[in-house]
Ligand binder design. Structure first.
Ligand code: ADP
Length: 791
């Protein structure tokens, strides 16, 4: 089926190649004029089938003139696949940066809202600087949506998002989108077109980084002292009795016994009811902090502060905190000062952010292994683009050992062999600890090498780009320096090219391929090999159950027979164990991503509703806003009178003071309202509120100010309540995951509660619209402006 696509794209590519001479013959100014002509053709509604070949031929010729690079046939082919919203699998070194110029140019001509997404800001700048000249030469505008370095001032969002083409990072786009939806006027919204997105290293962004949603944090919450008490309690619990752990060890939850114990300890009943939700949430967080998060693996404690560690490369994540109270729970666990918990003001997963685009495409060296997930989650196909030159690289079978030690020592021999031939070697490890260990062993052998633990991606990329020199040894973790191509020097190529040596199999076969792919670019020679052992993390954590026993026996036997040390295990079954373990691990990750998405789908429905309601308010006429206010009035009255207990003098007067009029004169009250029936109370409130609205009307005579005031009044109410809700949903997630639900899944509970609280939030919004309108203090300035003090 996908071959059919490729066939079709090849036909188009052939047409482009035929057109090239026409554009080659043009003068510079003639070629530059093509942009305008193509724009005309777009305007006239010309079909893509005709436009695309012409546009691609224009860019290809411009690439040649401006950059001195003539796109290869396979790059044109990749560019076509990208234009039509596919994931193009193109190997490292095939030239993805140049490939992107073709679809980006044509999309840029067709309209605004076109993004090229990179995984960090260094790459966004590097790529934009590399090919930006071409777009500009052809008369398109391009900008970069992230600051170049920390010292740079804030970026001009209007200019950035107004460009034909934007190079930026996934997180910058996500945050800007969330911030846009806290704006009060349309002019303050910048990311308003989601036309076309091309994600570079799409697997890294949509698969590896998709585990954590983006969250904007706002004002600190009232400090809670529950973290310490919860931590005390949780530390006294026993696994198996009071709480259970999931098979993949990534989740824990209370048993019924644990719940009873908590109720006794805190002297309460019904800890799972809404009344005790906050306490229960703290218990769940403490349980997770104590049982799932490990010092020196997930975080370090430094000078009384908890610093998170990046799972992929072990770097300290300065300034990043776990959300929804988990960070504070760790602080309690480690006995350091508890920082303020911040409120989530909005959140979105990358999955849902990128699904907003009309056309989603991406490129990477490795996607085929995960094609099913790309199709299911994003509805995109993976298309394998042939390489420009045949691949000469040799991927060797794994060498399997019993122990970690035997494995590492054997692998050192291979490094030394390669060095004797003056080949470059890239050692890829699964963790920072292993990188450091390997570096130490190399030092002992007096082998000079680079270790990738640079603190900046820029420096990292520099080291990686030099890893192809003859005799160079580079030690890196799997994620380090992604997006940078390793070029061989002449001698290194002659000596057999780059040797990639993996010290263990990674969390998925996709990442293994990614590492192998660093060797053998553009038809270069090269070899790849993985050294693995029965003590590897992947086997220990994810091997099928039956393996555990035989693994132990094997290791014990090995201890008594030191002579068999260093001998690889040749039986096929060991390689199978490794493969099976990796497949298990991968499945867990796929499941976990699906799970995150399921939760975000539910949140997303609410988020979209609120965002579109906000947009209507921002764009709405005064008539529309006044209708909303009338609606708020009737909703609030209806909600109030539907509660029978409210139909008496005291409750009613209380309600009026709190929501309608601070300085209410109750002397007239008994004359105006004779009986407390539903009907009379409704009529009375209607009259009273209408009178107050009238007053506000008089206080702000200017019609423009009137419009602005009403808009702010409504937006403020929506935002305040949505922020509450957004935060509430984040917390709810951890609460429902913190216990077993017997028959049904936690997501089901989440859905029910999410919906209930959404309706409650709507009621609150109506009430707050009214309160903001009637109870705000208006302060008149001498220049005619009015300051509003909200209740
Ligand atoms: P990838 O991201 O696919 O690994 P890059 O975009 O980093 O590859 O490009 C790798 C190298 O190949 C760069 O130095 C680039 O200048 C070069 N390159 C790309 N396309 C061409 C081409 N058509 N002709 C010559 N060199 C090219």
């Amino acid at each position: 089926m996908r071959d059919k696509h490729l066939k079709k794209y090849k036909k188009i590519a052939d047409r482009i190649v035929k057109l090239l001479p026409t554009y080659r013959a043009m003068s510079d100014s003639e070629l530059q004029k093509q942009t305008m002509l193509l724009r005309e053709r777009v305007k006239n509604g010309e079909k893509i089938e005709k436009l695309l070949p012409a546009a691609y031929a224009v860019v290809a010729e411009a690439d040649r003139r401006v950059l001195g690079l003539e796109p290869y046939y396979v790059q044109i082919l990749g560019g076509i696949a990208l234009f039509f919203g596919n994931v193009a699998e193109m190997k490292t070194g095939e030239g993805k940066t140049l490939t992107a110029t073709m679809p980006m140019y044509l999309r840029g001509i067709m309209g605004k809202g076109n993004f090229l997404i990179t995984s960090n800001s260094y790459l966004a700048w590097r790529d934009a600087e590399e090919v930006g000249k071409v777009y500009r030469w052809l008369g398109l505008t391009i900008s970069v949506g992230v600051p170049k370095d920390a010292s740079e001032e804030e970026i001009d969002k209007e200019a950035v998002y107004g460009s034909d083409i934007v190079y930026t990072t996934h997180s910058a786009l996500g945050f800007d989108y969330l911030f846009d939806n806290l704006a009060t006027t349309i002019e303050e919204q910048y990311v308003n077109k989601f036309n076309y997105v091309l994600i570079d290293e799409i697997d890294a962004i949509l698969l590896d980084m998709a585990q954590t949603p983006l969250i904007i944090s706002g004002a600190p919450k009232v400090q809670s002292n529950l973290f310490e008490t919860s931590d005390w309690f949780v530390k006294s619990l026993r696994e198996g009795e009071d709480f259970l752990r999931s098979e993949d060890k990534r989740n824990v939850w209370f048993t019924d016994d644990g719940i009873v114990k908590a109720e006794t300890y805190f002297g309460i009943q019904g800890i799972l009811t809404e009344e005790w939700r906050d306490l229960y949430r703290h218990l769940v967080l403490s349980l997770r902090a104590n049982q799932l998060l490990e010092e020196n693996r997930d975080y370090v404690v430094e000078e009384g502060e908890i610093l998170l560690l990046d799972e992929a490369n072990g770097r300290k994540l300065i300034g990043t905190k776990l959300q929804a109270g988990l960070h504070q729970a760790i602080e309690a666990k480690e006995g350091v000062e508890i920082t303020n918990e911040t409120r989530s003001m909005g959140s979105i997963t990358y999955q849902n952010l990128f699904k907003k685009f009309k056309i989603l495409s991406g490129m990477t060296g490795t996607a085929k292994t995960d094609a099913e997930e790309f199709r299911e989650t994003y509805n995109v196909n993976v298309i394998q683009i042939p390489t420009n030159k045949p691949i000469k690289r040799v991927d060797h079978a794994d060498e399997v050992y019993v122990t970690n030690k035997a494995k590492v020592l054997s692998s050192l021999r291979v490094v030394k062999d390669a060095l004797q031939k003056d080949r470059p070697v890239l050692v890829e490890t699964g963790s920072v600890a292993m990188s450091n260990l390997y570096s130490l062993l190399l030092l002992q052998q007096k082998i000079p090498h680079n270790i990738l633990n640079a603190t900046t991606v820029a420096k990292e990329s520099l080291i990686v780009s030099e890893a192809g020199r003859k005799g160079a040894v580079t030690v890196a973790t799997s994620m380090a320096g992604r997006g940078t191509d390793i070029k061989l020097d002449e001698e290194a190529r002659k000596n057999g090219g780059l040797l990639v040596l993996g010290t263990e199999r990674m969390t998925s076969d996709r990442i293994d391929y990614q590492l192998r792919g660093r060797a053998g670019r553009q038809g270069d020679p090269g070899d790849t090999i993985f050294f693995v052992s029965m003590e590897d993390k992947i086997v220990v954590e994810s091997a099928p159950k039956w393996v555990a026993k035989s693994r132990k026996k094997l290791i014990e036997k090995n201890e008594h027979a030191p002579s068999s040390d260093n001998q690889p295990l040749n039986e096929k079954k060991y390689e199978k164990i490794i493969n099976k373990s990796q497949a298990n691990r991968k499945n867990q990750e796929v499941e976990s991503r699906k799970n995150i998405l399921e939760y975000d789908e539910i949140i997303s429905v609410q988020r979209e509703k609120i965002y579109s309601a906000r947009n209507n308010v921002m764009e709405g006429s005064i008539i529309f806003l006044e209708e909303l206010i009338q609606r708020a009035k009737s909703q609030v009255i209806e909600a109030f009178v539907s509660n029978k207990n409210n139909l008496n003098r005291n409750e009613l007067i209380d309600f009026i003071y709190n929501n309608i009029q601070y300085n209410f004169d109750s002397s007239l009250f008994d004359q105006e309202l004779k009986e407390y029936s539903k009907k009379s109370v409704t009529e009375y409130l209607n009259m009273l509120i209408a009178r107050q609205i009238e007053e506000v009307q008089i206080k702000i005579p200017d019609s423009f100010q009137q419009l602005y005031f009403k808009r702010i009044v409504i937006l403020k109410a929506v935002d305040a309540m949505w922020i509450e809700q957004s935060d509430n949903l984040q917390q709810l997630k951890s609460v429902v995951n913190g216990r077993s639900w017997g028959q049904h899944r936690p997501i089901y509970e989440f859905q029910i509660e999410a919906r209930r609280s959404f309706f409650e939030m709507k009621e609150e919004i109506w009430l707050n619209i009214l309160r903001n309108l009637l109870l705000s203090d208006l302060v008149y300035n001498s220049d005619g402006s009015i300051d509003v003090d909200f209740p």
